[in-house]
Design a protein around this ligand. Structure first.
Ligand SMILES: [Zn+2]
Length: 129
């Protein structure tokens, strides 16, 4: 388990990463602003049934969408840090190794479960955390 100091550092790291991603997504979306309309970046990040889904669909936003997905992962990690479920594998319930969390702060599975998950889903190695 990470100690409090490590967790504090992680919270800061995730907050910084989030700010950088928001800026990056904003930059990428700026060019498409007129098509996206009034949807805020936060609405887009929340995703799902946001009003601009149709507008977004017509845009080539593969890159921005990767960033948005990472933003969601970062937000999810921050939520887990806040509610105390951070660092616990969602599949087996065991602690995720500290070294893995330091390398991949948004990891939701231990290495063994992640490998099994990627095999099940036919994903490449660590193509997706
Ligand atoms: Zn596991």
């Amino acid at each position: 388990m990470l100690d409090d100091q490590e967790k504090t550092r992680l919270v800061e790291q995730l907050a910084k990463r989030r700010a950088a991603l928001v800026e990056e997504v904003g930059r990428k979306l700026a060019a498409s602003r007129d098509k996206i309309g009034s949807a805020s970046i936060d609405q887009i990040i929340e995703g799902g049934d946001y009003a601009s889904a149709d507008a977004m669909a017509g845009l080539d936003l593969a890159e921005a969408q990767r960033d948005i997905q990472e933003l969601r992962d970062v937000d999810a990690a921050r939520a887990r840090l806040a509610d105390g479920s951070y660092g616990i594998c969602v599949d087996c319930g065991e602690d995720i190794a500290d070294a893995r969390l330091v390398a991949y702060p948004t990891a939701t599975r231990c290495t063994a479960c992640q490998t099994a998950y990627e095999k099940r889903h036919g994903l490449g190695i660590s193509s997706r955390l």
